[in-house]
Write a protein that binds this ligand. Sequence first.
Ligand code: NAD
Length: 494
Amino acid sequence: MSPQKNWQAIAEGVDTPKELLIDGAWVLPVAGERMDVISPIDGHVIASVSLGAEEDVDRAVSSGRAAFEDGRWSRLAPSQRKATLIGWADLIESHRDELAVLQTLEMGKPADESWAVDLRSVGNTIRWYGEAIDKIVDEIPHTEPNSLALVTREPSGVVGAIVPWNFPLTMAAWKLGPALAAGCSVVLKPAEQSPLSALLLAQLALEAGIPDGVFNVVNGMGARVGSALAGHPDVDVLAFTGSTAVGRSIMEASARSNLKRVWLELGGKSANIIFEDADVDTAAKTAAWSIFYNQGEMCTAGSRLLVHRSIHDRVRDRVLEIASQMQPQNPLTPGAPAGALVSATHLSRVHSMVEHARGQGEALLTGGAPVLGDTGGSYYPPTVFDNVSPDAFIAQHEVFGPVLSITAFDTEEQAIQIANSTAYGLASAVWTTDLSRAHRVSRELKVGVVWVNCYEEGDMTLPFGGVKLSGFGRDKSLHALDKFMDMKSTWIQL
Ligand code: NAD
């Protein structure tokens, strides 16, 4: 829980760099362009930041390459990288209020949650990889007596990291932690909606002693800075979190350039399955939370609630009760259960999908139109459709907003079939008190993450990522280090 804080006062006092971070210095973009960052809380301009372009990506990649090749970070003993990363985690924790409020100002989530959830995970992530890196070991396979075989792992080189706005710092930390621990250099491109928190995070990295050029930040538009990174001939690894459409374009850019290794964490349409033998009250409350939390702007949002027909009405009524309690407010208000959607553009996208579903005859139980319009902000209430056919538009497409589809099922086989019936495969949850059913259904779900009798639980030891159109590769856990290290086999004839 976050302590009661005066977020408004913290917001008024917060400051962060506004330029690009290249080779350890805050610099202006070559073309001198700038961009206003607009708060979805009330539509006001929070700051004007430098807007990078292709030539700035070139400068950042060159500085990352030079740092990598001279070994100022890549060839440090792991224990030295560890000390710096842990120092950075300490600074993140001591600047937790400012980082939390910047995220809220730029993308609209409740400041309490930004502080309690996001900022806890950012510091933890950097600390965890710092702690891990001097404890991993390479391999010596058993080979014939007159030979010695070594399987070693080496940092891959320059990493491009492109992240979205929904968990701006957590998504950045999930890339930066393992990439920097491994010894790589990184060029981070934050989402254009949320550059400010990333810039403060980078300033703290400099203060912690991450050497010049090892961590660069280039703000800018996806179609310019993001695609320049994806197509850059001197970027070795591209780690991306975002939409499936952009993920596809990144793979194409890799194929057309240098076949850089690409890791994609993409969209989702997660099924939350409640069987008749579940703890129905807890399951229904959690189901509502799983889609309305973070305004539904979650890749793992439980946007499809599959419920056994015999308990459908009970679950539906409980979900509606929680929905009425999770109405959006100004996210700087302590205790706000939900805040603003990231932008006016996203608000209209979410609303047009809801309108489309209504046009197709879907039964709207609550929500369905923007609220708090007089604030100048982008607010959308919890919205619930009932009796949605599994193949309906609203059950198949990611909305990325607080919009739930409820579908009743009759048998376990049917629940599994519906759960697996979208193009995505990120996450799913199963609610049952039958242990065998929990295992049986978990095995059949075509997803990267399954929760049983909970939602969104886990810690840093658990890999995170999807299958199918939700992408491939895993964030978190020791497995994430493999994304940023190349395996080398050495055979020594004795
Ligand atoms: P997006 O794909 O539009 O943008 C994500 C990032 O990609 C931004 O930094 C953006 O500037 C950049 N980008 C845009 N066009 C680009 C291009 N042509 N080349 C390179 N980069 C480009 O996604 P969004 O709307 O910001 O975020 C929402 C999406 O992210 C949803 O689909 C959501 O499910 C997904 N997401 C996935 C995870 C996960 O871990 N699987 C986590 C969070 C969000």
